[in-house]
Design a protein around this ligand. Structure first.
Ligand code: GSH
Length: 222
């Protein structure tokens, strides 16, 4: 059985999309990060980093598998399902890995920091010069990254030609593009890809998962 420690957030949704797309049986274990549930000693045994998502797999025989970091989880699910992660061609797999790592190291963290500083700027008592410099920096970098994605998607339906875990990694972050880049007028290929992925039945199912169990507050910063 696969247990997904989860919150309906971009990083959580990468994994719920993958599980739905791959047709794997799983259960969700909601983790309310706003109630510090990702910092309990029990949860830190699963995810030492105190973040969601995490996966625990209890096979019928053999060792329990624990995984944290959404990129590592996507690669694992791709390996065990044999889907959305090329197996036969090393060049194709390496390219998918490169885009997953790009999301993990660039698109996700830059967009996440941008959101954090935008919300922080609204809090009374914050240093406005400090937050506006940070917002400037992360807005510029996030737009640059949308440009990278735009270039890659021109003439392609999906990031690595065929739909893969690279799309599953990137899409939940781009799903909230309004908060990051305003609109996608300058990124037409990203816009078309966004709609293409959003229309997938598995993505629609995944987007509904857990929304009634955990309410993500409008205002959360630190
Ligand atoms: N690199 C991690 C990032 C995970 C992450 O930042 N998760 C957020 C929710 S989207 C979280 O758990 N935040 C809790 C906190 O900041 O205390 C991954 O991709 O799994």
């Amino acid at each position: 059985m696969i247990a997904l420690y989860y919150l309906p957030s971009p990083n959580g949704r990468k994994v719920s999309i993958a599980l739905e797309e791959m047709g794997l049986a799983y259960q969700i274990r909601p983790v309310n990060i706003f109630e510090n549930e990702a910092k309990t000693p029990e949860y830190l045994e699963i995810c030492p980093n105190g973040r969601i998502p995490a996966l625990v797999v209890e096979p019928e025989a053999g060792e329990v598998i624990k995984i944290f970091e959404s990129g590592a989880i996507l690669q694992y699910l791709g390996r065990i399902s044999g889907q959305f992660y090329p197996t036969a061609c090393e060049a194709k797999r390496a390219w998918v890995d490169a885009w997953v790592f790009w999301q993990m190291s660039a698109l996700g963290p830059m967009s996440g920091q941008l959101t954090w500083f935008k919300r922080a700027a609204k809090k009374p008592g914050r240093d406005q010069a400090e937050t506006s410099l940070a917002i400037h920096r992360y807005t510029k970098e996030t737009k640059r990254l949308y440009g990278v994605l735009e270039h890659q998607l021109q003439g392609r339906d999906f990031i690595c030609d065929e739909y893969s875990i690279a799309d599953m990694a990137c899409w939940p972050w781009v799903e909230q593009y309004g908060s990051y880049v305003g609109d996608l007028a300058n990124f037409p290929a990203v816009y078309a890809w966004h709609a293409r992925v959003a229309a997938r039945p598995a993505v629609r199912r995944a987007m509904k998962l857990g929304v009634d169990q955990i309410k993500v507050p409008a205002e959360f910063t630190d």
